[in-house]
Design a binder for this molecule. Sequence first.
Ligand code: ZN
Ligand code: ZN
Length: 170
Amino acid sequence: MPHRTLLAANDNPFQSVSDFFTSSTWDFMLRMAIVVAVALWLACAYWVFKDARRRIDDKVLLTVAALTGLVFGPLGLIVYAIVRPPEYLDDVRERDLEVRMMEQRLADEQRCSFCKTPVRDDYLVCPTCGRRLRTVCRSCRRPVEPQWRVCPYCEAEVHGAPVASEPARR
Ligand SMILES: [Zn+2]
Ligand SMILES: [Zn+2]
C-alpha cells in the first residue's frame, strides 16, 4: 500500500494538493472557518436584534426583524439596514415630548396659570379668579412682567413687584 501511494504521488503532480485537502490541517482549517462563520452569523443576528429593539415598537415587526437576522445572517443584516426605521425610538419620544412641552408652554402663556382662564398679554389680574398676573410700572403705568427689574418702556426700576402667586383681591 505505501508503495502505491508513492507511485501515485509521482504520477500525479496534484497529489500533494489533494493530500493537503484530506489532511488534518485542512480539516482543522475547515472547522475554524465554520466556527468563524457561525460566530459572524450570530453576531449579525444579535446586532439586528439589538438595533431593532431600539427602533421598532411593534412586537410583530421586532420579531420579524430578529428572525431576518437569525435566518439570513449577514444578508439579513444588509436587508434590515436598508429597511429599518431611520430614527431611534428614544429620539422620537424625546421629540414628541419637546413638541408637547412647547405647545403646553404656548397654551400656558395665554391662560391664567391658576384657573386656566384665557387672558391677554396686557391683563394685570385674571378676570375670573382675581390672581395678579402682572404689575404696573409706577412711573408709566404700563404692565410689566413679575421677573422684570427695569421697565422696558420708561427705564424706571420695577420695585418689589408682587409675584403672581399672591391674589390681587383682598
Ligand atoms: Zn385665573
Ligand atoms: Zn415704565
